[in-house]
Design a binder for this molecule. Structure first.
Ligand code: COA
Length: 153
C-alpha cells in the first residue's frame, strides 16, 4: 500500500462520498441522501483517506459533548470494495480515534447492521465491544448492534 493521507472533506468531495455511500450503504436505506445531510451538520467531522491523490474512503464522526463522558458517534466508515482488506479501514479508524482524543472525547460508539459480519469483525478487531441492539434501526428495517470503545487519552 502507498502511504495514506487524511484530510477534512470539503464540498468538492460530496460526489465521491455520495457515490461510495450508494455502493456501500444503499441496502440499508437512502444513505445517498442521509450521508450528505450528516456532512452538513455542525459537529460532524468528515475525513477522506487518499492514496496518492485518489480518495478511496471516508469516515464521519459526530462530536457529542452534551453527555458525560463526552463521546463521539462514528456515523459511517467505508472503503471502496476493490481497496478493502488492505489495512486502509483500520488506518482510517485509528485516525478517527486520534481526532476524537484531540477533541477531548473519551469514548466512541457506533451502530452497525447485525448482518454486516465484515463490519462486526472489523470493529471487534479494532477493540469495539457490542453493548446493545435495536430492531428496525435502519430505514429499510434491518436490526443493528451498538458498539463502544473507550479512547485512552
Ligand atoms: C468495514 C470496512 C471499512 C473495513 O475496511 P478495510 O480496509 O477492508 O479493513 P482492514 O483491511 O483494515 O481490515 C481490518 C480487519 O477487519 C476484519 N475484516 C475486514 N474485512 C473483513 C471481511 N470481509 N471479513 C471478515 N473480516 C474482515 C479483519 O479482522 C481484518 O484484519 P485482517 O485483514 O488482518 O484479517 C470495509 O469493509 C467497508 O467499507 N465495508 C462496507 C461499509 C461498512 O460496512 N462500514 C461499516 C459500517 S458504517
Amino acid at each position: 500500500m502507498e502511504p495514506l493521507s487524511y484530510r477534512p472533506a470539503n464540498e468538492g468531495d460530496l460526489d465521491f462520498i455520495i457515490r461510495l455511500s450508494m455502493k456501500l450503504f444503499s441496502k440499508y436505506g437512502n444513505y445517498d441522501e442521509i450521508v450528505p445531510n450528516w456532512f452538513l451538520e455542525p459537529g460532524v467531522i468528515t475525513v477522506v483517506v487518499t492514496e496518492k491523490t485518489d480518495p478511496l474512503g471516508f469516515a464521519m464522526l459526530a462530536i457529542e459533548r452534551g453527555g458525560e463522558p463526552p463521546r463521539g458517534h462514528l456515523l459511517a466508515i467505508g472503503v471502496f470494495p476493490e481497496h478493502q482488506r488492505r489495512g486502509m479501514g483500520s488506518a482510517l479508524l485509528g485516525h478517527m480515534e486520534d481526532l476524537a482524543r484531540k477533541y477531548g472525547l473519551s469514548e466512541i460508539y457506533l451502530w452497525t447492521a447485525k448482518d454486516n459480519l465484515q463490519a462486526l469483525s472489523f470493529f471487534q478487531k479494532g477493540g469495539f465491544k457490542i453493548v446493545g441492539s435495536e430492531k428496525d434501526y435502519y430505514p429499510r428495517g434491518q436490526p443493528a448492534l451498538a458498539m463502544y470503545k473507550r479512547i485512552d487519552p
